[in-house]
Design a protein around this ligand. Structure first.
Ligand SMILES: [Zn+2]
Length: 422
């Protein structure tokens, strides 16, 4: 429902500071803010909702049957995904176009630009497009599910065609620096205001070093899109984990990375350089069953694990919303609630150069109200110097965290004068 004409007072606990805040909203603006700097003391005594800055997801391939890289994707598809994102607490996201023919990729980016023109909320909601490929590794493993026939070396002229079709919206590109064309491409892209990420790569340490020196800033879904077997060292995982100039994005959906890797990767990168992504594909949000896709038959298992049909191990993409990554960061890595939200909201905005969400008079409300289970987060409210690996229940796949009780649940999302779910 619209909050444009109403006056609303919200009393909630700020996930980042622990303070109790009282916010009054009128005519789509925050008109007053009172803050009681209680910190996280006495959390278990109250039953206040929690308030968090809305999430920002830099990797969304589609949702609910709508695929951004589909040859016939329409502006209506883009809007349909956006509405699902808002309801899931994500108010800013980068539609992500994956490796395909030039024609299909041009159609995809043009359609997104068109959608931003046709649906006013998308001007803010889509601060850019993420191009994941086609300039990635052709090797099995690093290539992931990207079709080999469309993988190609970096080509600035082609990128300019795509950027023109996208009306300048391409903000992030994930590529592999294993090509001789990579360094000049990265330098030119960065000079033109495009953020360059390293991903789906089989690059050597030297190639990685040169890519970062040329301006690459991020490792895309570090730990995934890799060979099944790697030399113990050196290898591209160690190199990227160790390079403090690189931020890293992670899929903490409970299926893509084991707990050990999540804990070690966060220690190596630090919270400040870590970003959670959903990497959701078009099949996210669909009921369990077998689906025919351009990549073959895939199956959505009842626990939300998306696999190549006929087996349970080989993943066919991600299907969990970003908030699941927040929950898994809290439950499985021992990071604080505040840090989990930093990685899913504050940090991705900073990477994209977006202003941070503020709860202050004059600002447009852009936040999530949450039910947080105080018993489950009580010992995780403060960042700790030592983490203990927590006992988690694992499914037969060895990855899934079986939640007995939800750590947190989205109640309402406020964005651009609307309250979601509508
Ligand atoms: Zn990928």
């Amino acid at each position: 429902m619209s909050i444009a004409d109403s006056r609303e007072r919200i009393v909630a606990r700020d996930v980042l500071s622990g303070d109790v805040v009282a916010i009054t909203i009128k005519e789509d603006r925050i008109v007053s803010l009172e803050r009681e700097t209680a910190g996280f003391r006495q959390v278990s005594d109250d039953r206040l909702p929690w308030i968090a800055p809305a999430l920002c997801d830099i990797q969304v391939n589609g949702y609910g049957g709508h695929d951004f890289t589909a040859p016939d994707v329409s502006p209506e598809d883009v809007w349909a995904v956006a509405e699902k994102m808002f309801a899931a607490g994500v108010t800013r996201f980068l539609p992500t176009i994956t490796t395909h023919s030039r024609e299909v990729m041009i159609h995809a980016v043009r359609t997104i630009a068109q959608a931003v023109n046709e649906y006013p909320p998308l001007v803010d909601a889509i601060p850019g497009i993420h191009l994941e490929g086609p300039y990635i590794s052709p090797e099995d493993g690093p290539r992931g599910a990207h079709p080999r026939e469309h993988v190609r070396p970096p080509d600035w002229e082609e990128f300019c065609q795509l950027q023109e079709a996208a009306a300048g919206l391409i903000r992030l590109i994930t590529l592999s620096p294993e090509y001789p064309e990579a360094v000049p491409f990265i330098e030119t892209a960065v000079a033109n205001g495009v953020i360059v990420a390293i991903g789906h790569t089989a690059a050597t340490s030297r190639q990685l070093e040169e890519a970062v020196s040329a301006g690459a800033q991020l490792s895309t879904h570090l730990g995934n899109g890799c060979h099944l077997m790697l030399p113990r060292h050196p290898n591209y995982l160690w190199h990227q984990l160790a390079d403090d100039r690189l931020w890293a994005s992670f899929i903490f959906d409970g299926h893509h990375l084991p707990q050990d890797f999540m804990m070690v990767a966060l220690r190596a990168k630090g919270i400040a350089r870590s970003i959670l992504i959903s990497d959701v594909t078009a099949l996210a949000g669909m009921p369990p069953g077998i689906y025919r896709t351009p990549l073959g038959e895939v199956e959505m298992l009842p626990e939300g694990r998306l696999v190549v049909a006929g087996q349970r191990q080989l993943l066919a993409g991600a299907a969990q919303p970003l908030v699941t990554g927040v929950v898994n960061a809290i439950r499985l890595t021992g990071c604080s609630v505040a840090d989990a939200f930093r990685m899913a909201s504050v940090n991705p905005r900073a990477l994209l150069g977006l202003p941070p969400v503020v709860f202050q008079p004059g600002a447009s409300p852009e936040f999530i109200l949450l039910d947080v289970n105080p018993e489950l987060v009580n010992d995780q409210l403060f960042p700790r110097s030592e983490r203990t690996k927590k006992a988690a229940l694992w499914s037969e796949s060895g990855m899934v965290c079986m939640e007995e009780e939800p750590v947190l649940k989205i109640q309402k999302v406020y964005f651009q004068g609307e309250r979601y779910p509508l």
